[in-house]
Unconditional design. Structure first.
Length: 483
């Protein structure tokens, strides 16, 4: 498990929260009952035989009982949802539980080593291996095997570090119990064969148990300390960066931070995007980044922070629009002229139609000042103020004027690029005359030329019919001119 958990499907995606809580609490509760039984039996047999190996195993099992109680408590608390005081949930309880278990294991190790050295060099104790001692140890090994498999299965299923710690304890308990049995057997062999040094097999076996405990403690200590210190799982950060860099529209991945609480991961990313993109586009890119992170850490809680950046390919038009976007202004028809080495900018700015001219002019003055700061090579700026519509206009009627339509279509023939004019409509809105039409143009015609033709055609329409208030021309390619 460990770092590899980052790439496993997480429990939130596969199982419901109720079933997850029920299974985790059930297996933790059964582990507590088993610890009570086996600790009691080991204490009784250890005292009756005087075996340090069995007593060390009893002490080990007693601490495992405490650890199991802590685990049971932690899985009951860790699955509680986030609240106002614990915005990241209660998952860290599991990590803290595993940390406490590590400390308990180290205390066990200190006591076992002290007692073993005392019996080896200062105070010899004769032990009496009995059938009951062997039966209890074999029973302990079977029980530990069952508990280790049950806890490990649920720990892997729900990515629970607390249950994983318990499973690891009991899997190593099998080996330490085996060492104790071997020590008891060597004591019996030493007595029957008259080999005096084999009488120390029991405290030596206890030292082996201590070695196992140290090994388990070192593994747990590294994992729990990493979790408590919010260490990122090995290799996950680089995988996330690689996945996010494939998202279209990103200029850079500025920062990636990952933390774990219980079986839940939290990812915090800062990404750079072109500064003139819209808020809606920025949100779509952030959603794509979140989806990329979920491919590496399924069901992670992802927060994406967008940072505006100047793109390497920005030109003067982009820089002008970027300043306008920064102030939430909508500019269009930006034109830049180079007159005798000096740049002059003309632009159209849309403002709320309900603004007074004085207020609108203040907005324009501020925008032009900001543009000059951002683009100092600009010599002058001229802004055309347009009202941004905020009112739905009611159309009075649609007119049929065959003479006007014929005149307008004839004017269109003056432009060789215009292939035809269709869907011409005349309507009166608010007492003003509106005309709209569709113009078919060659597919390969550049958009700049299309705009020039539309503008010239609009001017010609208004020259021929001064009563027209507004003309709207919709250009269409020859291969698709009926939409």
């Amino acid at each position: 498990m460990g770092g590899d958990n980052a790439f496993m499907p997480q429990a939130h995606l596969l199982y419901g929260p109720k079933s997850m809580r029920a299974e985790k609490r059930s297996v933790a509760g059964r582990s507590v009952l088993a610890s009570v039984a086996i600790t009691t039996l080991k204490v009784i047999v250890g005292v009756s035989t005087g075996s340090l190996g069995i007593l060390s195993e009893a002490a080990h099992s007693a601490l495992d009982l405490i650890a199991s109680l802590i685990t049971l408590f932690s899985v009951q608390v860790s699955d509680k949802p986030a609240d106002a005081d614990h915005q990241y949930g209660h998952g860290k309880v599991e990590n803290f539980s595993a940390f406490i278990e590590t400390g308990l294991l180290l205390l066990t190790c200190v006591w076992i080593v002290y007692e073993a050295i005392n019996r080896l060099f200062f105070h010899h104790v004769d032990i009496e291996p009995t059938i009951a001692a062997f039966l209890v140890m074999f029973f302990s090994m079977v029980l530990d095997y069952w508990r280790s498999r049950a806890l490990g299965k649920i720990a892997e299923k729900y990515d629970s570090q607390a249950l994983e710690a318990d499973a690891l304890h009991y899997s190593t308990d099998i080996w330490s119990s085996g060492v104790v049995v071997a020590g008891l057997l060597l004591v019996i062999v030493g007595r029957k064969a008259g080999v005096g040094w084999l009488r120390d097999a029991d405290p030596i076996a206890a030292l082996f148990v201590a070695g196992v405990v140290v090994y388990v403690s070192s593994r747990l200590a590294r994992k729990t300390v990493d979790a408590l210190l919010d260490a990122a799982p090995t290799g996950v950060r680089n995988r996330i960066i690689a996945a996010v860099r494939n998202v279209e529209g990103l200029l850079e991945v500025d920062r990636v931070r990952i933390r774990r609480a219980g079986n839940r991961y939290f990812a915090d990313l800062s990404i750079g995007m072109a500064r003139n993109v819209t808020f809606q586009h920025s949100e779509r890119v952030a959603d794509a980044v979140t989806a990329a992170v979920h491919k590496v850490l399924p069901d992670a809680d992802v927060v994406v922070h967008s940072i505006p950046r100047a793109a390497y390919t920005e030109n003067i038009f982009d820089r002008v629009r970027a300043v306008a976007t920064q102030h939430n202004y909508n500019v269009h028809d930006v034109s830049v002229q180079n007159l005798h080495g000096r740049l002059h900018v003309e632009q159209h700015l849309e403002l709320d139609e309900h603004l007074k001219l004085k207020d609108a002019h203040d907005h324009v003055t501020l925008l032009e000042s900001e543009i000059r700061k951002e683009v100092p090579e600009i010599s002058s700026i001229l802004t055309h103020i347009e009202s941004e519509p905020a009112t739905i206009e009611k159309g009075d009627e649609i007119l049929r004027d065959a003479g006007l339509e014929k005149t307008l279509k004839k004017i269109a023939t003056e432009f060789p690029e215009i292939l035809d004019v269709h869907d011409l409509a005349v309507k009166r809105v608010g007492g003003k005359l509106y005309v709209s039409c569709h113009c078919t143009l060659p597919d390969e015609l550049p958009l700049s030329r299309v705009h020039d033709i539309s503008t010239e055609l609009e001017i010609r329409f208004k020259q021929a019919a001064p009563e027209l208030f507004r003309v709207l021309i919709h250009p269409e390619p020859r291969t698709d001119n009926r939409r």
